[in-house]
Write a protein of this length. Structure first.
Lengths: 299, 264
């Protein structure tokens, strides 16, 4: 993975320094966090440096903040073959491909887009490169099985060091019978740094009758759920889960892209110390919640 | 009716309605036994809820039917005179495959009414081990049965780990040498030994240079590794073997029987 440095940017250029902003010299190693701020009405814009409270391993940091208004994105899209989703729910597959098609229509010329088919084996359909890409459903009909965890790991390796807003958007609910990598291994990988992991799915309703429980018992089980491991991966990286079953998929995708384009970049001088740096980002604006990665790793 | 519900993280609520119907699970037991049985029932309900909490899917009727057809085919095959190692191996692959359906409600096979749902994965693993051991009794050198059995037993059974190491060093067993190296890498990862995992993934690449699985895993373990997607899409036995018989003669014989069962 080549993206760890999007958190630790060594020898970066001088950060624009205004009044009451910290000044970083070109020799300063920076921690650079991508932060989403939302409240009940959606994205919260216009926040100033002084409204962010950032700690790194418990130590408050002096930060500089750059607000994205329509920021260009680096996005790796990961999507399972349609049949691999249909095997557990045709309805889910239809919703997810509706969302996937919607995503492709919302990219801009300034974005860089890459696409990975999370089949078994995973395959790269497009390297991360500039320009819009049209959605071709045929590309996602190749194969009956999915290996989303391996595909996500492969997609992470496609990112390059960049000052853009970066995210990996994976269309999967995490049902995976084929990958070599487990969520546990992926969790270790993403702790080093890298883009936000965003999981998009329409977690399915499970309805079944089950056998005896020490005697004659029948019942119905139902639930809509992202696996705990998926939610943990999203939380660690400052990402989120998007349930397309909870509303209009096109609107949910549109909101997601808006959220990514309006993220803040919060930077501060990298503190000393190897190992895990737990990060906390809060904002003082009432009712607003900041989302960023849970920390980063220094070797 | 007993209704149980709880709120999982993220505000997700799952409901399990355990309908006991008109019959009790403890009929006519003395009071002390009754209390004990009630406790056991409560424990079973808790296990069921834990099992359901991890569920994210349920096979479609069509997908479930595939497994049922496979089961009928191997059961019928084993009844054939001189069914041999093929029937045992095909049976072992079926149950091996079923052990991998994590987070999905298990398909109902012929014995599902006799098993508590959370006990099904363990039962399928035992069935796989039993079938593969039977295959090895008939053909001790069968590399597929050996590899699959060792994969299920390692790392708990030390001899299984050593067998896998021998397989990974024996190029005459292709593709099971490659699959053994991949398995050893996965075991190392699961036991928090990334250095050994890297070494085994590198061995896997040496044995199967076009391995997408090993290259992806290396990219996850080692930031300086090459990008894994450097070639066109091609087949990788690692992604095929979980639910497919890899020994060609047995695969052909199973396909014939699946067709026959599918037509019934």
């Amino acid at each position: 993975m080549r993206n760890a440095a999007c958190i630790i940017a060594a020898l970066v250029a001088t950060v624009e320094a205004g009044i009451q902003q910290p000044k970083f010299s070109s020799e300063t190693a920076l921690v650079r966090l991508i932060v989403s701020v939302n409240d009940d009405n959606g994205t919260v814009r216009g926040l100033k440096n002084s409204e962010f409270v950032v700690t790194d391993n418990g130590q408050k940091q002096l930060v500089t903040v750059d607000e994205g208004k329509d920021a260009p994105l680096d996005i790796m899209v990961v999507a399972q073959p349609k049949q691999s989703i249909s095997a557990t729910s045709p309805e889910q597959a239809a919703r997810m491909f509706n969302g996937l098609a919607s995503l492709f229509t919302r990219f801009q010329d300034t974005d860089r887009i890459g696409v990975i088919l999370a089949g078994a084996p995973p395959a790269r359909l497009r390297a991360l490169q500039p320009g819009r890409v049209s959605f071709d459903e045929q590309s996602f009909l190749n194969g009956d099985y999915g290996a989303p965890f391996d595909a996500i790991a492969g997609a992470l390796s496609e990112f390059e060091v960049s000052d853009r807003r970066q995210a990996l958007i994976a269309f999967t609910a995490g049902v995976d019978f084929r990958s070599s990598l487990t969520p546990d291994v992926l969790a270790q990988t993403v702790k080093r740094g890298g883009p936000a992991l965003i999981f998009v799915a329409a977690p399915i309703k499970v309805e079944t009758q089950f056998g005896p429980l020490g005697g004659p018992a029948r019942g119905v089980v139902s639930g809509w759920n992202f696996p705990v491991a998926i939610r943990a991966l999203a939380a660690t990286t400052g990402g989120l889960t998007v349930d397309l079953g909870r509303g209009d998929p096109q609107k949910l995708i549109s909101d997601l892209l808006d959220r990514l384009r309006t993220q803040y970049v919060v930077a501060y001088a990298a503190p000393q110390g190897k190992g895990w740096h737990a990060v906390s980002v809060k904002v003082t604006k009432r009712g607003a919640i900041a989302t960023s990665r849970a920390g980063y790793w220094v070797d | 009716m007993q209704a149980l519900s709880w709120a999982a993280a993220g505000g997700i609520v799952l409901h399990a309605f355990l309908s006991i119907g008109g019959q009790t699970r403890i009929g006519g037991a003395p009071q002390a036994d009754h209390r004990l049985a009630q406790q056991q029932n409560q424990q079973e309900d808790e296990k069921l809820l834990a099992h359901i909490a991890a569920l994210v899917g349920q096979l479609t009727p069509e997908a479930e039917k595939t497994f049922q057809t496979w089961e009928r085919a191997v059961l019928a095959w084993q009844k054939e005179p001189e069914s041999g190692v093929g029937a045992k191996l095909a049976s072992g692959v079926l149950y091996d495959c079923l052990t991998r359906l994590h987070n999905v409600w298990p398909p109902a096979l012929s014995d599902h009414k006799d098993i508590l749902v959370w006990a099904i994965p363990e039962k399928r693993e035992k069935q796989a081990i039993e079938a593969l051991r039977s295959a090895l009794r008939l053909d001790p050198d069968n590399p597929e049965a050996r590899f699959r059995l060792d994969r299920l037993l390692a790392p708990k059974v030390r001899s299984a780990t050593m067998d896998l190491q021998r397989l990974a060093a024996d190029a005459s067993t292709t593709p099971f040498d490659y699959l053994a190296a991949m398995t050893l890498a996965e075991i190392a990862s699961s036991t928090k030994d990334p250095q050994s995992a890297e070494r085994w993934y590198e061995r896997a690449v040496a044995l199967f240079p076009r391995s997408t699985a090993a290259r992806i895993a290396l990219s996850a373990l080692r930031p300086s590794a090459e990008k894994p997607f450097v070639t066109e899409l091609h087949e990788d036995p690692f992604y095929e073997y979980p639910c497919r018989v890899m020994t060609p003669a047995v695969s052909v014989a199973l396909s014939q029987r699946l067709r026959t069962e599918g037509l019934k």
